[in-house]
Design a protein around this ligand. Structure first.
Ligand SMILES: *[C@@H]1O[C@H](CO)[C@@H](O)[C@H](O)[C@H]1NC(C)=O
Ligand SMILES: *[C@@H]1O[C@H](CO)[C@@H](O)[C@H](O)[C@H]1NC(C)=O
Ligand SMILES: *[C@@H]1O[C@H](CO)[C@@H](O)[C@H](O)[C@H]1NC(C)=O
Ligand SMILES: *[C@@H]1O[C@H](CO)[C@@H](O)[C@H](O)[C@H]1NC(C)=O
Ligand SMILES: *[C@@H]1O[C@H](CO)[C@@H](O)[C@H](O)[C@H]1NC(C)=O
Length: 481
């Protein structure tokens, strides 16, 4: 079943590649998911900062300080390999433009510094015997480049960055197991990546505009960034990552893409767009914002999610029907449930007690019930196409508590009636109206809105502004307020 899915996907990629004129796609474009153990290279730098500082120190200049830095590198090195790093291998920055310049580095097992390859004319980049690069490996702007081979490279301490390589089809990195970050953008026909050892250590991954068809195997516990976008054949995304410290962003990949993060417990920001199934079943906390936009899934269950620090948005998920946020009790920013045309009852926040920003509920819902909600610090903008939708819950609040909306403005539309309420921080109503909305270019009727406020809780509805009923063109309404 799984195998046939993979084969299918490869065939699709090949067929499509043929359509777009590529003839070089050879094998599986999936990242391997079951890495094999190999020896660690402990002497390698382990983070972006380290690699930058070594870049700075080394390139600060040729003389003593740079020697010292490379000596301490050397000492660490000797513990393992007892081969000193020659001075020509620790020059800090290497700007490479052709094969000859690259081949000069073959005498280096370990490079202390970064390799930047730009405007390379040949079809293949091969790093030969190089085993580790303490800084970055970047390749940019090489229109003829078809293949990148790093046959012996196990470690890139900094960023492995590939940009704007329009002929690149394959990256062969059989021993690579430790990378500071992967940053790949505009590699439109890249379809084969082999990380046969599997990446065991990495902090950030950005892959944008490639022809890869699957993403899996980066089974590290924590990432800073995972951003996969505009990979038009990418139809499955799987990771066992547990935490994402900055951003999880997935958008504009293959139409039917399935996304599984079954172990993910927290992320700073989450943005998921254009996805056809999503598993975030263990997510407990989103520190900043969570956006789920234009997805095709019918069901969305976040049974463990307790807290969203920023804004929670569900927007334009056309098929979404079956929603569960059974544990969320606080949204620190706004809450938007907008334009999800199959949601007809917003009753899936049973424990939500407070919203730190505005609330916006727009769509074809017959009901919206938030049984525990006690506080909305921002305004409320509610709009349902149904006449039967109950706006008074929002405009009147309930008997004991008064309105829960503290942001100064409540607007609620049910069918053709628009209720507007402005009030100050003491809950005194400054303005109130009910407007009948007709078709865009016809007139609308503004009705009297007094009277009924008398049964509202005293602390909130202290005064009533009675408006004179009048008929105005809808376009002119604003002038009267
Ligand atoms: C590396 O050093 C060069 C100067 O030698 C500097 O321009 C570059 O920004 C440095 N790179 C990093 C990543 O620190
Ligand atoms: C999510 O993945 C976990 C682990 O694979 C599985 O147990 C669970 O049923 C999945 N949930 C959904 C909604 O698919
Ligand atoms: C991600 O979170 C930070 C705060 O931690 C926020 O400033 C930023 O705007 C967020 N980005 C997105 C895309 O939501
Ligand atoms: C986000 O929340 C997780 C889980 O509570 C926590 O470990 C992490 O430090 C938080 N990150 C930020 C940036 O607040
Ligand atoms: C919701 O749909 C309406 C009508 O198509 C559109 O004008 C509005 O921008 C959409 N709202 C959001 C937040 O996408």
């Amino acid at each position: 079943m799984k195998l046939s899915t993979i084969l299918n996907a490869i065939l699709i990629t090949q067929a499509t590649a043929a359509l777009i004129g590529s003839n070089v796609i050879k094998n599986n474009a999936r990242f391997p998911s079951a890495p094999i153990e190999i020896a660690n290279l402990k002497n390698a730098k382990t983070s972006d900062e380290d690699s930058h500082s070594s870049n700075n120190t080394d390139s600060s200049d040729s003389s003593e300080s740079s020697n010292e830095e490379s000596k301490s590198e050397q000492e660490e090195q000797e513990e393992q390999a007892s081969v000193p790093i020659p001075i020509q291998c620790s020059r800090g920055d290497y700007e490479i433009k052709n094969v000859a310049e690259l081949e000069k580095l073959y005498e280096c097992d370990d490079i202390i510094g970064s390799i930047h390859i730009t405007n390379f004319l040949g079809p293949t980049i091969d790093t030969g015997s190089i085993k580790s690069i303490s800084g970055d490996l970047t390749v940019t702007n090489a229109a003829n480049l078809v293949r990148i081979n790093v046959p012996n490279l196990a470690v890139i301490g900094g960023s492995f960055s590939l940009r704007e390589l329009t002929s690149l089809t394959a990256v062969h990195a059989p021993h690579l197991n430790h990378v500071g970050s992967i940053d790949w953008k505009v590699l439109p026909i890249l379809s084969t990546v082999s990380f046969e050892t599997g990446i065991k250590k990495i902090t950030s991954i950005t892959i944008s505009d490639t022809s890869l068809i699957g993403f899996s195997g980066f089974d590290v516990d924590v990432l800073k960034v995972l951003n996969l976008n505009n990979n038009r054949f990418l139809d499955s995304i799987n990771s066992n990552v547990k935490g994402i410290q900055e951003k999880l962003a997935i958008s504009a990949n293959a139409k039917g893409v399935t996304v599984n993060f079954p172990e993910l417990e927290y992320a700073n920001n989450i943005t998921i767009r254009d996805v056809s199934s999503l598993n975030l079943s263990r997510v407990e906390k989103v520190n900043a914002s969570m956006e789920l936009i234009s997805n095709q899934f019918q069901s969305l269950k976040l049974p463990k999610l307790r807290n969203v620090g920023g804004t929670l948005s569900l927007i334009g998920n056309a098929n979404l029907k079956d929603v569960e946020f059974n544990n969320i009790d606080e949204v620190g920013g706004g809450l938007m449930v907008v334009n999800n045309s199959n949601i007809d009852n917003i009753n899936f926040f049973p424990k939500l007690t407070s919203i730190g920003g505005a609330i916006e509920l727009i769509g074809q819902m017959k009901e919206a019930s938030f049984s525990k909600l006690r506080l909305v610090k921002g305004s409320a903008k509610i709009s349902s196409v149904y006449d039967s939708f109950d706006c008074s819950k929002w405009t009147r609040g309930n008997e004991e508590t008064g309105s829960i909306v503290r942001g100064g403005k409540i607007s609620c539309i049910n069918g053709k009636k628009k209720h507007d309420l402005d009030y100050n921080e003491n809950g005194e109503i400054l303005d109130e109206s009910i407007t009948i909305i007709e078709d865009e270019n016809k007139n609308s009727n503004k009705l009297k809105a007094g009277g009924s406020t008398s049964d509202a809780p005293a602390q909130f509805f202290l005064s009533t502004t009675v408006l004179v009923g009048m008929i105005v063109a809808s376009a002119l309404q604003l002038l009267f307020f």
